[in-house]
Design a protein around this ligand. Structure first.
Ligand code: GLU
Length: 303
């Protein structure tokens, strides 16, 4: 699919999604991703889903999932199907592992990170195997993946390590769950932040191993803070102020290359989203990570 086109290559209905992890409240950078995925889906007559990636309890912040859903709702971003929670889908992940095991594409591994590194990224052949607690690794090291990203253009990714699909502590890994759910939910367009571009090659391999065609990927530019870091929960990006939903949306639209008039900010989020989906253009999005010219990106204490 070309950057200059807003049309879908096939007659299949566009299905997109936003998949936050509940490790903290949404910030301006996550709003940009949610909004970009929403607008790209709506502008293509698509279906847009919210999936809560509550897969890793030790990293979760109590109440964050509900707060994220409330923020999305306040900003007019409603899932077209009931929100799916990964914590309730372990059977699906287990089933996918059984399929990969039957295909001889995963193996148990109790190597340390250093052993994996010294084994040149690893393969089943030089794994010390299953002694004590072990993870399950997907055999794909050495593969090369070429694809065209909607915004980041032509990509060539060399996979240098067999990724973990189930961790030593028994938790299912992000790489497995995200692919299994995208397949199960019929997602054919993944629009998300450019921080996830590097794991796309692995995910494409996993889609095919599970018998599915990889979706079209589009990685949006990241919003950076004053220190040149990606806005993130880890570096204490300010939570979105839900009382300023309309003005947050106007600022996020500006970051995505739309030019709403300031008058639009006096409208409801629903009204702003109707305007935005009619004006959405992939080619207006500048693919480079950068700061946003607004006050919501400030790190508390630095502004
Ligand atoms: N849950 C992931 C995150 O919050 C995003 C997954 C994805 O969009 O593929 O970083």
């Amino acid at each position: 699919m070309s950057l200059s086109s807003n049309s879908s290559p096939s007659s299949e209905r566009y299905v997109g999604r936003f998949a936050p992890s509940p490790t903290g409240p949404l910030h301006f950078g996550s709003l940009v991703c949610a909004l970009g995925s929403y607008l790209d889906a709506i502008a293509h007559g698509g279906h847009w889903l919210i999936r809560m990636e509550d897969l890793d309890p030790p990293r979760e912040v109590p109440g964050a999932a509900e707060r994220i859903l409330h923020s999305l709702h306040t900003h007019g971003l409603h899932s077209h199907s009931p929100v799916v929670w990964q914590s309730k889908r372990h059977d699906l992940y287990q089933h996918a592992l059984q399929q990969l095991r039957a295909q001889d594409q995963i193996y148990p591994c109790s190597c340390t990170r250093e052993q994996v590194r010294r084994a040149g990224g690893h393969t089943k052949a030089n794994c010390i195997g299953e002694s004590g607690p072990h993870s399950l690794r997907f055999q794909c090291a050495g593969a090369r993946e070429g694809f065209t990203d909607i915004w980041q253009g032509a990509q060539q990714q060399a996979i240098d390590e067999d990724p973990i699909l189930k961790r030593k502590d028994g938790l299912y890994a992000y790489q497995l769950a995200v692919v299994v759910d995208d397949i199960a939910q019929g997602v054919n367009h993944v629009v998300r932040g450019a921080d996830l571009l590097d794991c796309t090659g692995i995910q494409r391999c996993l889609f095919r191993a599970l018998g599915a065609e990889p979706p079209q990927f589009g990685h949006l530019p990241l919003v950076m803070n004053e220190a040149g870091q990606k806005l993130s929960k880890q570096n204490h990006a300010a939570p979105l102020d839900d009382n300023k939903a309309s003005s947050n949306l106007i600022q996020a639209l500006g970051f995505l290359g739309l030019r709403p008039s300031q008058d639009l900010a006096a409208n409801t989020p629903a009204h702003i989203l109707v305007w935005a989906s009619a004006h959405w253009q992939r080619k207006a999005v500048d693919r480079h990570n950068r700061r946003s010219t607004n006050s919501t990106t400030a790190t508390p204490g630095n502004s």
